[in-house]
Design a protein around this ligand. Structure first.
Ligand code: CP
Length: 307
C-alpha cells in the first residue's frame, strides 16, 4: 500500500508531489462514499481525534468534524474561548492533558505561525495543521487544487492568480506551494502594500492590475482582506480597495474566455467579491467546501496509517 512521506500534515512545504497525488486519489474514493446514501465507512473506528481550535472557524472545524465522523472516529472538540487557557494554561499543557485521555490525533488551528511544528516536536500524536497564523493552511490548499482538478481536469499547466491580501494569508502561501508542486503557473495580485517583500523569491509572477491578472489566468482565487491581522492601514479605505481590486460579474463576463472563480471563505461580500460574482456560474466556492470533507477524510485516513 502507498503511504504518505510524513506522519504530520504541518504544511504543503513539507510534502511531495506524490503525497498530493495520493491524497487526491484517496479523496476521489471518499468523495464516492460521500455521494452514497450511507455516507460512512469504518476506517478510523479505533481512533480518537481532538479538534483543538485557538482561533475562530466555521468551514475548517465543521469539515474536519464531519470528515472524522464519516470515518467512524471518536471526536472531541476544544475551543480556547471556553477553556482553561483563559486561566493561563500553556499550549503544551493543554494538549498533553487532552492526549492523557487517550487521544490519537490532534487537528489544531492556532494564531501563532509554527505552533503545530512546535507541538510535533513534543507530543507523540499525529498533528494536522488547520491553519497557523499567517503561515500555512495545508488542507485548504489541497481542497483548492482538488477543486481545480475536478473542474479543469488537471492542475499542471494551469494559470492560477491569487488576488488580495497575500501578506496576511496562510491560504496564499499553502496554495503557492501546492500549485507549484503540481506544475501550475502562479501569479499574485493585490496592492503592493499587501504583497510580502519576499514574494518574487517564491517563483510567482506579480501583477498590480486586477484586470490584467484576470485576462492572464484560468483560475482566480480571491482572498479576504484580513482586517483582524492588520496592525496598520495598508490601503486608504475598504471602499477604495473595492474600487481597484473588487471583482464583479460584469468583469468576469467581459473576459473573452471562461475562468474559474474561487474563494476560501469567509467572503466579505461587496468588498473583494460582489454577490453577483460569488453566486455566478464562474464560481466553484461551494464545491470547494464540499470537497473539503473528502480531502480531510483522505488526510486523516492516510496519517492514521503512519501511526
Ligand atoms: N477557509 C477557512 O479556513 O474558513 P474558516 O476560517 O471558516 O475555517
Amino acid at each position: 500500500m502507498q503511504e504518505l512521506s510524513v506522519r504530520h500534515l504541518l504544511g504543503i512545504k513539507d510534502i511531495t508531489p506524490q503525497d498530493i497525488q495520493l491524497i487526491f486519489e484517496t479523496a476521489d474514493n471518499f468523495k464516492d462514499v460521500l455521494n452514497r446514501p450511507i455516507k460512512k465507512v469504518p476506517s478510523l473506528r479505533d481512533i480518537t481525534i481532538a479538534n483543538v481550535f485557538f482561533e475562530n472557524s466555521t468551514r475548517t472545524r465543521l469539515s474536519f468534524e464531519l470528515a472524522e465522523k464519516r470515518l467512524s472516529a471518536d471526536v472531541i472538540n476544544f475551543s480556547s474561548s471556553s477553556s482553561s487557557v483563559k486561566k493561563g494554561e500553556t499550549l503544551l499543557d493543554t494538549v498533553n492533558n487532552i492526549l492523557a485521555m487517550k487521544v490519537d490525533m490532534i487537528v489544531m488551528r492556532h494564531s501563532s505561525p509554527g505552533a503545530p511544528h512546535f507541538l510535533s516536536k513534543h507530543i507523540p500524536a499525529n498533528i494536522v495543521n488547520a491553519g497557523d497564523g499567517t503561515h500555512e493552511h495545508p488542507t485548504q490548499a489541497l481542497l483548492d487544487s482538488f477543486s481545480i482538478r475536478e473542474r479543469l481536469g488537471e492542475v499542471a499547466g494551469k494559470k492560477v492568480v491569487i488576488i488580495g491580501d497575500i501578506l496576511h494569508s496562510r491560504v496564499a502561501l499553502s496554495n503557492i506551494f501546492a500549485l507549484q508542486k503540481q506544475g501550475a503557473e502562479v501569479m499574485v495580485c493585490g496592492p503592493s502594500t499587501l504583497l510580502p517583500k519576499y514574494i518574487k523569491q517564491l517563483g510567482v509572477k506579480v501583477e498590480l492590475d486586477v484586470r490584467k491578472a484576470l485576462a492572464w489566468c484560468d483560475v482566480a482565487n480571491v482572498l479576504r482582506i484580513q482586517l483582524e491581522r492588520q496592525q496598520m492601514k495598508y490601503f486608504p479605505s475598504l471602499r477604495e480597495y473595492t474600487l481597484y481590486y473588487g471583482i464583479d460579474k460584469k468583469m468576469l463576463d467581459s473576459l473573452d474566455k471562461e475562468i474559474v472563480l474561487m474563494h476560501p471563505g469567509p467572503i466579505n461580500r461587496g468588498v473583494e467579491l460582489s454577490s453577483d460574482a460569488a453566486d455566478s456560474h464562474h464560481s466553484i466556492i461551494l464545491n470547494q467546501v464540499e470537497n473539503g470533507v473528502a480531502i480531510r477524510m483522505a488526510v486523516l485516513y492516510l496519517l492514521a496509517q503512519k501511526g
